[in-house]
Design a protein around this ligand. Structure first.
Ligand code: G6P
Length: 614
């Protein structure tokens, strides 16, 4: 995931581009760059590893004049984050500069071909191949940049949103897209480009959404020209965005929470991108590989976190112990920090936090550091305190989570933990080749299965209203789904103010069964894996006491369908990845119950997104 932004008009481009990059920084954070046609009609490229603020520092005392420019914020896929791999990339002659969001799948073949023709490459990126190819096509066909982009892209397999500047053609930006988003903003004698409308909406609400396989030319004083790759003109519709910036960020959803629930197939896909290679059946979490010895020799892993992140940690315990055979303990950061825990030098602490700012988790990290223990962070917010205060770590790449009740950050955390467990297992050889590969394949299929799971939304919306009467809920699950039960109950509590308790299903007989009567809704996570028969018995016990059962079942299950009052089907997957699917209907249920009750879903009472005080 990268962010691209562009400007051509009468204003100074650089401040607009920088502001745009800041808005898009959630899309990529490891390097940033800008290309400008300066007032002296020269083309300059400035780029650096780091955040947009690092780029701002980098360009101080450089010429950033000019009314035409493109800019990029990167999330590395091909080539590590460094100054050379940062965008924009020059062509061989430095006549073209290009920014790119996406992945060029056939870059190796294209690169080999270009090298045979005498092209040399400075970076390890697929993007440099693209800009060299466009230059080669332009020169060999003796054509203009717009046509060269059309022709070059017919040879390209993959995903891209690109923007190109040409040194000798200073009044024009050419852009194109396939599978990566691209929006053009239409101002007064000026045009804007963005990966989404957030860098644009401040200046104009008139936008054109560029479609797949379309190429657009933005030229001073002319209408935008949009064609397909065969140079056939494409009619374009200017959309009037009637929303404010904050509404726009909801992407048309009524609440951020709903938007974020629906984003999960995408965010889990982004979280795995560049880390999992399905063709080669490999998983590589660079933070783990960089500290391989530590993880190989770890005697124990202690996960510290709060709230939803703690629930993700519990699933991490199951994953790491099963895959990598390292003992794991999961602690509330708030308890760990005050209870004088016994720590050894060969322990590893993993701190999980969406915001990266939770005070208790920060204090737990400090305690571990004071005792000489290596701390690994799993954070969503780039550059946050926890990300900076840990020795190494992995970002979840879920993008900004605005709804207070965490949804997409949770599934991204579980995904990262799955990738970590698989990476350690591979290094330690604790899983057979067959099992490892089957897990890689299955994990890669989860985003598609999440999309399928979200298809049940309208059914959940219909029946959820029935439960607004309830004062209490019980959530039950076993094994990997016990933490999912806890998370489902937390979601309901947070946003609907209904008291809910999550329990390991077998523990029901040790207390909660006393609460069950015809008024009590019991949500049971009952996939066809793990201790299925035992969970079926639990459902019978609930029904015998007239409890109302909502069951999360695997598609095709007929036994539970006949017993449950309501059932929600999720696609088949292996036991260890069921939480990534089962969490979704529980989030939706909490959401719809809260909406029917008229609760403020995005800002529930007394709660905060980031708890920076004790
Ligand atoms: C608050 C939020 C929760 C979150 C918890 C931990 O309670 O409302 O959604 O799970 O803090 O936050 P963190 O940012 O550390 O994951």
């Amino acid at each position: 995931m990268c962010g691209i932004v562009g400007y051509i008009g009468n204003q100074q481009a650089y401040p607009i581009l920088i502001k745009g990059l800041q808005r898009l920084e959630y899309r990529g954070y490891d390097s940033a760059g800008v290309a400008l046609i300066t007032d002296s009609n020269d083309m300059v490229v400035y780029k650096t590893k780091g955040k947009v603020s690092d780029l701002e520092d980098f360009v101080q005392s450089k010429d950033v004049s000019g009314t035409v420019g493109i800019a990029h914020t990167r999330w590395a896929t091909h080539g590590e984050p460094n100054n050379v791999n940062a965008h924009p990339h020059y062509s061989q002659s430095e006549n073209l500069a290009l920014i790119h969001n996406g992945i060029i799948e056939n870059y190796a073949i294209l690169k080999e071909d270009l090298m045979k023709r005498g092209y040399t490459f400075k970076s390890n990126t697929d993007t440099e191949v693209l800009v060299q190819l466009i230059e080669y096509v332009k020169v060999s066909n003796n054509t203009d940049i717009f046509h060269a982009v059309q022709l070059a892209l017919t040879q390209v397999i993959g995903a891209y949103a690109i923007a190109v500047l040409e040194r000798n053609n200073p009044n024009c930006i050419v852009a194109a897209r396939k599978s990566s988003p691209l929006v053009v903003g239409i101002g007064d004698d000026e045009f804007f480009l963005g990966s989404d409308a957030s860098p644009i909406i401040e200046y104009t609400n008139r936008v054109i959404y560029i479609d797949d396989d379309e190429v657009v030319r933005l030229e001073r004083g002319k209408e935008p020209r949009i064609t397909n790759l065969n140079n056939v003109e494409k009619p374009h519709q200017i959309m009037e965005l009637e929303m404010s910036l904050s509404e726009l960020e909801k992407g048309g959803y009524q609440h951020f929470m709903l938007k974020e629930i629906f984003e999960q197939a995408k965010t889990v896909r982004e979280c795995m991108r560049g880390r999992i290679n399905i063709d080669r059946n490999t998983v590589a979490m660079s933070g783990i590989i960089d500290n391989k010895e530590k993880f190989m020799n770890a005697r124990r892993i202690i996960i510290v976190a709060c709230g939803t992140s703690w629930h993700a940690g519990l699933i991490g315990e199951y994953l790491i112990e099963e895959f990598a055979r390292i003992p794991v303990e999961v602690e509330y950061a708030s308890e760990f920090r005050y209870r004088n825990p016994v720590l050894n030098k060969d322990d590893i602490v993993i701190a999980i936090s969406q915001s990266g700012e939770t005070a208790d988790t920060l204090a737990a990290i400090e305690l571990a550091h004071n005792q000489g223990v290596f701390v690994y962070g799993i954070c969503n917010v780039i550059g946050s305190s926890i990300a900076r205060n840990t020795d190494s770590g992995s970002y979840t790449h879920a993008g900004p989570e605005i709804g207070v009740a965490s949804t997409k950050a949770f599934t991204a955390q579980v995904t990262v933990l799955s990738l970590i467990a698989l990476t350690i297992a591979k290094e330690k050889g604790t899983l057979s080749k067959e099992l490892f590969e089957s897990y890689v394949t299955e994990l890669s299929s989860i985003p598609d299965k999440m999309e399928e799971t979200l298809g049940v939304s309208s059914y959940i919306e219909k029946f959820s209203g029935i439960f607004t009467y309830a004062k209490n809920f019980i959530y039950l699950g076993r094994g990997y789904n016990y933490p999912v039960a806890l998370e489902g109950a937390l979601k309901l509590k947070e946003i609907s103010y209904i008291h809910a308790e999550g329990y390991p299903a077998a523990e029901m007989k040790h207390g909660p069964i006393a609460l069950i009567d015809s008024e009590m809704p019991v949500v049971v996570i009952a996939p066809n894996k793990g201790m299925y028969e035992k969970v079926v018995s639990n459902i019978q016990e609930i029904k015998a006491r007239k409890g109302r059962v909502v069951a999360i079942i695997t598609k095709g299950d007929t036994a539970i369908k006949g017993m449950a009052d309501y059932y929600i089907e999720i696609p088949e997957t292996c036991e260890c990845f069921v939480p990534l699917l089962a969490a979704l209907p529980l989030q939706l249920m909490a959401y719809y119950i809260a909406v029917v009750k008229g609760c403020n879903v995005d800002q529930p009472r007394n709660l905060a997104k980031s708890v920076t005080v004790e």
